[in-house]
Design a protein around this ligand. Sequence first.
Ligand SMILES: Nc1nc2c(ncn2[C@@H]2O[C@H](COP(=O)(O)OP(=O)(O)O)[C@@H](O)[C@H]2O)c(=O)[nH]1
Ligand SMILES: [Mg+2]
Length: 176
Amino acid sequence: MGQRKADPPTQAEGCDPPRRTGPHRRLPTPESKRIVLLGKTGYGKSSLANIILGENLFTVHDSSVSGTATCRSETRDVSDRKITLVDTPGLFDTERSEEDLRSEVLRCITECAPGIHAFLIVLKVERFTEQEQAVISRICEYFSQDILNHAVVVFTFGNELGEGKKSRSTSVRIKN
Ligand SMILES: Nc1nc2c(ncn2[C@@H]2O[C@H](COP(=O)(O)OP(=O)(O)O)[C@@H](O)[C@H]2O)c(=O)[nH]1
Ligand SMILES: [Mg+2]
């Protein structure tokens, strides 16, 4: 936006004042599209974030261990548009209390100030079981059901589908 460092955008212009809580913290720029990834541990959120931003920015964990512990955002130019992605801890992480997990996941709102444009709900393809339904219910519980109007479901692990299943279209009904 051509702002000088000593002359940050004002609140009236719809921009937040500069904030920095750590030495490597990159803040989303006001004009970037800010997107939050949500899903269970091991479903491929961090991998997807790296693919979208085109760099290995988020740590990918082996699915058998607990993955991303805190919300983390990164901003990059993707096809001439600034994209901020916020990676979040996996829902239903058994290694922390429900309250702790909830408040950490909800910290994505702060990471996305002044607002979130969209959510990517990451699900493993192949089966939509009670577990997947529970993920959707938990997301609606943490935020509100309205987020489903601003969410895209991304199915991962498509490469592990059997040959016969790859071209079959599946309809999934998401309800809270
Ligand atoms: N086969 C396959 N493995 C994947 C895919 N996405 C992620 N993984 C693997 O699943 C594991 C967990 O991935 P990660 O991105 O850390 O999941 P997160 O816990 O949701 O962030 C890693 O070993 C990844 O390499 C995918 O689409 N296909
Ligand atoms: Mg992760």
